[in-house]
Design a protein around this ligand. Structure first.
Ligand code: PMT
Length: 459
């Protein structure tokens, strides 16, 4: 944990959901990290966890009513709103999100959220159908578009209502990481002037798991490190970053605006459907499974199923092809935004053959850039700390990035992309507001020729 929370004032909003009890742990961790915590609870939240609990943990009286005649009445929603370095709403129900999006101020928390100029972090938690509902998604998109709101989670899994899907409040530790990264990113002037300032980027990372039954899956050895490094370095250069992560054991990098956790290729496809077409750049670093089991067995597939021990033949697992998510995006964008950056993971292929494979994938999947890496070498690529890549561009240019730590490789990938695609005019425009559909435009052929004249690795 960093010192970023020391002496910061965090307004912790708690709304009425079954996971409200986790707000107690968030409160405890915030205090432990040195923050002053002011808790605001909606009336519904008080049905799930008592203000007394939050009072004991925060060390402050808890505000619940807009017009109280008790001790905290002198604070008022405006004072609370202006004292906050960050407002965190955990859990944030669909109802609360809808009210924030509508600009309502019909309870103390909504009034604080409306009145504050501090960043607001929402940790949504709700039934999966409520989460998937386009109304909820539109409300969230509206809030995020203001530039002040960001989200952490929700997680997918078994929900309190008994359903299985996305909608579970993320773990308190993850909320803490998101708070720290939001606070660390907020005052950073370098980010505002970064080469990707104002650009909306979507990065996919990690493996996908394709369920065989309730306990087994088909997966791969991707750790997510390459994708997370790309997300982190984009955020450091000012981009608004949506990170779509397969099942990995990595904390959300500082500065990342929102993280969507998925498990399977089909879930990743759904997440991409929600965010990819509004982005300026999509980078597909995830190792998406090409196949999934044809049927998912409920419960646990048993070795005794179907056959007596004596006549037990080898099992066969029927597989069906997963959709090619990158190719789908390549078709859907019809040659327009977003700029599409694919990866190519190859085993035992290097040099010109690697470039040829990357070119083939670039054409087949309709990308602008393919980042090729050889993944069978010890210490490089899949699961490793280091990588070495070759970037192949649609116009034929090739850039080699020799072995380095993934964070350094990621930075060079972004530098190459912005050098190649971001004109000086775009760069100054990007510090203003760039429309979501703007994408990154290729530099003019004249400038491109000039750049081609330079050495391959000059990034
Ligand atoms: O996660 P790490 O341990 O850090 O490792 C990083 C990495 C090796 C996984 C990464 O650098 C990488 O190469 N990612 C792409 C892996 C992959 O799936 O490559 P591919 O050649 O099979 O696929 C080509 C492209 O199509 C990729 O952008 C992939 O995301 C995409 N794809 C693949 C299959 C599929 N069904 N849908 C897809 O969108």
């Amino acid at each position: 944990m960093t010192a970023v929370l020391q002496d910061k004032t965090v307004v912790l909003g708690v709304t009425g959901g079954i996971s409200a009890y986790k707000a107690a742990e968030v409160c405890r961790l915030l205090r432990k990290a040195g923050a002053r915590v002011e808790v605001v609870m909606t009336p519904a939240a008080c049905a799930f966890i008592t203000p007394l609990t939050m009072e004991a943990l925060s060390g402050n009286s808890v505000a619940t009513e807009m017009f109280e005649t008790t001790a905290q009445s002198h604070i008022g929603h405006i004072e609370l709103a202006s004292r906050a370095d960050i407002v965190v709403v955990a859990p944030a129900t669909a109802d609360a999100i809808a009210r924030f999006a509508a600009g309502m101020a019909n309870d103390l928390l909504a009034a604080v959220v409306l009145a504050t100029r501090a960043p607001v972090l929402l940790a949504p938690a709700m039934n999966s159908n409520m989460w998937d509902n386009p109304i909820t998604q539109a409300n969230l998109a509206r809030l995020i578009d203001t530039g002040r709101f960001s989200t952490v989670g929700p997680d997918a899994g078994e929900l309190a209502c008994g359903w299985v899907g996305a909608g579970r409040l993320v773990a308190p530790a993850e909320i803490m990481a998101a708070i720290e990264s939001r606070l660390a990113g907020a005052p950073d002037a370098a980010r505002a002037e970064g080469a990707l300032a104002g650009r909306r980027t979507v990065v996919t990372a990690g493996p996908t798991w394709e369920a065989v039954d309730d306990v087994r899956f088909l997966g791969n050895r991707s750790s997510g490190k390459m994708g997370f490094a790309l997300a982190h370095t984009a955020a450091m250069q000012g981009a608004d970053v949506t990170l779509i992560a397969g099942p990995v054991a990595l904390a959300t990098p500082a500065g990342v605006t929102r993280r969507i956790d998925v498990e399977s290729a089909l879930e990743m496809r759904e997440a991409l459907r929600r965010v990819a077409m509004q982005a300026d750049v999509v980078v597909m670093a995830a190792a998406v499974a090409d196949f999934r089991p044809g049927v998912r067995v409920l419960g646990k597939l048993s070795r005794r199923d179907a056959h007596p021990a004596a006549a037990r033949p080898a099992r066969t697992l029927p597989l069906v092809a997963n959709p090619d998510l990158l190719a789908e995006l390549g078709r859907a964008r019809k040659g327009r935004a977003p700029l599409l950056v694919g990866f190519a993971a190859e085993v035992g292929v290097s040099g010109e053959a690697l470039v040829a494979r990357a070119r083939q994938k670039l054409t087949e999947k309709g990308c602008d850039v393919v980042v090729a890496n050889e993944v069978g070498k010890a210490g490089l690529g899949l699961g490793a700390e280091y990588n070495a890549v070759t970037m192949v561009f649609a116009d034929g240019r090739v850039v080699d990035l020799p072995a380095d730590r993934k964070e350094a490789i990621a930075m060079k990938i972004w530098n190459t992309i912005t050098t190649f695609y971001l004109t000086p005019a775009d760069a100054s425009a990007s510090n203003k507001s760039v429309p979501a559909s703007a994408g990154l435009s290729p530099i003019s052929p004249g400038k491109r020729r000039a750049r081609r004249g330079r050495k391959g690795n000059d990034v």
